[in-house]
Structures are given as structure tokens and as C-alpha cells.
Design a protein around this ligand. Structure first.
Ligand SMILES: NC(=O)c1ccc[n+]([C@@H]2O[C@H](COP(=O)([O-])OP(=O)(O)OC[C@H]3O[C@@H](n4cnc5c(N)ncnc54)[C@H](OP(=O)(O)O)[C@@H]3O)[C@@H](O)[C@H]2O)c1
Length: 338
């Protein structure tokens, strides 16, 4: 079969740059590649695999003869270009929230529900970053003991909100230390030396949209019943990169912390660091820039019957977005789904 032509849409963004890097790391075997952005970055030089490319402004014609589009350019951009991509026979692997909950769109974490890819109709969605890292940890535990109830609290890095947010944490920190005035733009409150209990807008039920993404996407990916109780609280913390999550799980069957440790030690994409007496537990500094989801602080939960509590940390730009996108692309190529 002919090697696929690939386009990276949103190539100049935080996630797009990471997708480009990982496309090289995972040795994706493509025919041609192009890098697309908005008019703002069009014309800039982009180095990849020893060649210099020119970033092009994304237009419908940009997708002529493109087989696979790896998109991280926001929901409205994906909505605008998805019909153009599909009409031309391309497959869109999308990082935005635009299509995640659509019935005909598989929502996939590579290594968790790959077989859902086979039902795609031109669009494949990549889950939200906080859901993504959680799935690699929960799937093998769910297979063993069946999740009955789930409570997640997230501590999310600013890189999850894009390049402008990373710059805002830098500038806000410098201004605070210099005791200067600072006008926050990306966040509703100052992010330096602060924790903000809001990610995305609030829904009618009082949960923030980010929190409902964790609830709904988890059910879709793990094929859980609609009425299974899941709750999430998402907070933005002044960390540049790497999301942390405190996870409390009630299982139908009894499962011990030692069993959980053993299962996770052998799980795809997961690394266990769990020796608290020696101060060994995962932190964002362990996770930033590398591929595994780290799990630790595994213990019996005192509030639930058959309950386990754990802490998990991952690079939100990698497993939460770019790495999973490229892993999906790898599967799409391997299974000739384009
Ligand atoms: N950051 C994360 O951890 C994360 C995780 C999961 C999903 N996502 C999703 O990934 C997407 C991008 O996030 P990001 O953090 O990489 O944002 P970002 O750093 O702000 O980058 C946005 C990218 O999209 C491009 N773009 C914007 N409007 C466009 C348009 N009308 N046409 C074509 N390209 C356009 C930008 O091009 P210019 O350079 O020309 O502006 C830039 O390349 C969002 O949907 C986000 O929700 C992010």
C-alpha cells in the first residue's frame, strides 16, 4: 500500500510541535508531510528531519492528496476543516473537543481501546488530556476488578492551555517576585503562586466543562454504563508541564494494593514508582518530557468498600495529546485504516 501523505494542522502550537517531534521519534513512515497553521504563522520556517519546510495557512485545498491529518488547532478549526478533509478521503485524528462525544466518532487511547478505530468514518478523536492519562491506569484495573464508582481530582499544568498560558505563568511569576502589577489574560485569576479551581466554563450542574469531559469520556472509552457514578474536580496549578491526578476507585470485586501494583507494573504505558517510605512517588518533574504515565501512592481507600486510592502523573502534552495522536496514526497506518 502507498505510504500515507500527512498534514500536521496547528503545527506551530504547543501540541503541534510535540506531534512533529513524536512523528519522528516513532518513525512514522509517510510519503509527504506538510505543516499548517493560521494566517498568523504562515510563511515561518519549520525544521523537520533535516529539512526546512515553510508553514502554510490551512485552506480546504491544503488537504488535497492528504491521507492523514493530525490536528491540534482548536475545536472551531477542526469543525471548519473536518468536512473538507473527509470529503477528500482523508482521515482526521483530532485533538480538540469538537467531535469527542459524537456517536460515530471513535474516542481512542492507544493501548486501551484500539479496536474502536476500526469503526471510524473519517474522524477519530483524541481524548482530553486529563482523561488520557487516567485511562492507561484504569483500563487494566477495570479488566481485573470492574469499576463501580470513581472520584478524580486533577492538578493541571498550564501547558494544557497552550503557548500563551505558558508565557503567562512565566510573566506572572516574574511580576509577582518583583512586586509589580500584572494583568492576567489566559486565566480568570493570577496563576503565579495560586491554584485555580476552574478549567473551562461552568455547566448548568455546577461542574466545569473540563470535569464533565473526564466523566463522559471515561465512560465512552472504557464502555462503562451511562449511570456509573463518576465525579471530577479539576484545578489549574502553577506547573509548566505535567498533570497530576488523585484517583479514588471503588471496585465491584476486592483488589489489594499489592495486586494493583503488580497489574500496573505490567500495564502498557504505565510505570509504577511507589515506595513512599523512601520518598519515592511520581511528581511532575519525573513525567515531563517522557512517555509513561506514572502511578504511585497506591493504598487501600478508607471510604469505599473494595476501594483503592492512587496518584498518577503524566506529560499532558505527550500522553494527553501528541503521543496518543501519533500512536493512533501508527495504528491507522498499520491496520490500513486510511
Ligand atoms: N495543550 C494540551 O495539553 C492539550 C491537550 C489535549 C488537547 N489539546 C487541544 O489541542 C489544540 C491546540 O492546543 P495547543 O495547546 O497546541 O494550542 P496553541 O499552542 O495555542 O496552538 C494552536 C495552533 O493552532 C493553530 N491555529 C489556530 N487557529 C487556526 C486556524 N483558524 N486555522 C489553522 N490553524 C489555526 C495555531 O496557528 P498560529 O501559530 O498561526 O496561531 C497553532 O498552530 C486545542 O484544541 C486544545 O484543546 C491541547
Amino acid at each position: 500500500m502507498k505510504k500515507p501523505n500527512i498534514a500536521i494542522l496547528g503545527a506551530t502550537g504547543v501540541v503541534g510541535r510535540e506531534i512533529t517531534k513524536i512523528t519522528d521519534e516513532l518513525k512514522i513512515d509517510f510519503g509527504e508531510i506538510k505543516f499548517l497553521s493560521s494566517a498568523k504563522s504562515a510563511g515561518t520556517k519549520y525544521d523537520f528531519q533535516g529539512r526546512t519546510y515553510i508553514v502554510e495557512e490551512a485552506k480546504p485545498e491544503s488537504f488535497d492528496n492528504v491521507n492523514i491529518v493530525l490536528a491540534s488547532a482548536g475545536a472551531s478549526t477542526s469543525q471548519k476543516f473536518a468536512p473538507e478533509i473527509v470529503k477528500r478521503g482523508g482521515v482526521l485524528i483530532d485533538n480538540s473537543s469538537a467531535f469527542r462525544m459524537e456517536k460515530d466518532v471513535p474516542l481512542v487511547i492507544a493501548g486501551v481501546n484500539d479496536s474502536d478505530l476500526k469503526s471510524h468514518k473519517g474522524i477519530i478523536a483524541n481524548p482530553n488530556c486529563s482523561t488520557s492519562q487516567l485511562m492507561l491506569v484504569l483500563k487494566p484495573l477495570h479488566d481485573k476488578a470492574k469499576i463501580k464508582r470513581l472520584i478524580v481530582s486533577t492538578y493541571q499544568a498550564v501547558s494544557g492551555a497552550g503557548l500563551a498560558a505558558i508565557n503567562e505563568l512565566s510573566e506572572n511569576t516574574k511580576a509577582s517576585l518583583a512586586k509589580q502589577e500584572f494583568q492576567n489574560k489566559c486565566f480568570k485569576k493570577p496563576i503565579a503562586f495560586n491554584v485555580i479551581p476552574q478549567i473551562d466554563v461552568f455547566c448548568e450542574n455546577g461542574y466545569a466543562k473540563e470535569e464533565m469531559k473526564v466523566v463522559n469520556e471515561t465512560k465512552k472509552i472504557l464502555h462503562l454504563p451511562e449511570d456509573l457514578p463518576i465525579s471530577c474536580t479539576a484545578a489549574r496549578v502553577p506547573v509548566f508541564n505535567g498533570h497530576s491526578e488523585a484517583v479514588d476507585i471503588e471496585f465491584e470485586k476486592s483488589i489489594s494494593p499489592d495486586e494493583v501494583r503488580e497489574i500496573l507494573k505490567n500495564a502498557y504505558g504505565v510505570k509504577v514508582i511507589d515506595n513512599p517510605e523512601n520518598y519515592e512517588y511520581p511528581t511532575t518533574c519525573d513525567a515531563s518530557g517522557v512517555n509513561p504515565v506514572f502511578a504511585g501512592r497506591i493504598r487501600k481507600n478508607l471510604a469505599f468498600e473494595n476501594g483503592i486510592s492512587l496518584w498518577c502523573v503524566a506529560d499532558n502534552l505527550r500522553i494527553g495529546a501528541a503521543l496518543n495522536t501519533v500512536r493512533i496514526c501508527q495504528k491507522v497506518i498499520e491496520w490500513h485504516l486510511y
